[in-house]
Design a protein around this ligand. Sequence first.
Ligand code: GTB
Length: 217
Amino acid sequence: MSIILTAFESSPDEGRGLARDMRVRWALEEVGQAYHVRLVSFAAMKEAAHLALHPFGQIPTYEDGDLVLFETGAIVLHVAQRHPGLLPEDADARARATAWMFAALNTVEPPIVEREQSWYLEGDKPWYAERLPGLNARVRARLDPLSARLADAEWLDGAFSAADLLMVTVLRRLEGSDILEDYPTLRAYIARGEARPAYRRAFADQLAVFTASRPVG
Ligand code: GTB
């Protein structure tokens, strides 16, 4: 039985590892599970075969035998529950790590995505310059307490866990924006995540998809 993920055939992030398959690749690398990737085009994602795996026609999906999952939070949690290495053994510590997983996806990621999408969709509109300070403020309202809470700690709650994996991938979506310049603690936290061997393997694999899709010459 082998695990199969879906990922963009041609990712708009151009190999920067910002699409959400990166989280699942990283999780599987952390727990040492081999997987295959099926690349899908934007058109194929909206066709019946893919919609049977993902009701919203998105990537990533996860297949393992008869089990089909969508939503990266659910997939990473499933991987972390099935294999040692991404969640603490202690029940209370596991519950706290799960809370941080939800915090990454439900509390920290939404304003980051809203800011990013506003740039894509409205960046050329006359009102965008007026809207940007509000978008930035909502991102900072999450980064300020997160940075304060992390302080000198290496990871969110004890050892590295699925919560850090999700939080680092969420924060990476700000890379290249000037916002992170004000958060050295979070920049160092992201760098610690990116330095993990499992992250590097996952990143190299998704980059190889982009490199292979580029025309030669
Ligand atoms: N909540 C779902 C999850 O966590 O799995 C969200 C899944 C999702 O948004 N998938 C995106 C998708 O399939 C790809 S990752 N979009 C196509 C569609 O909805 O039709 C989001 C993403 C896309 C591109 C970049 N980028 O270019 O930097 C970053 C993130």
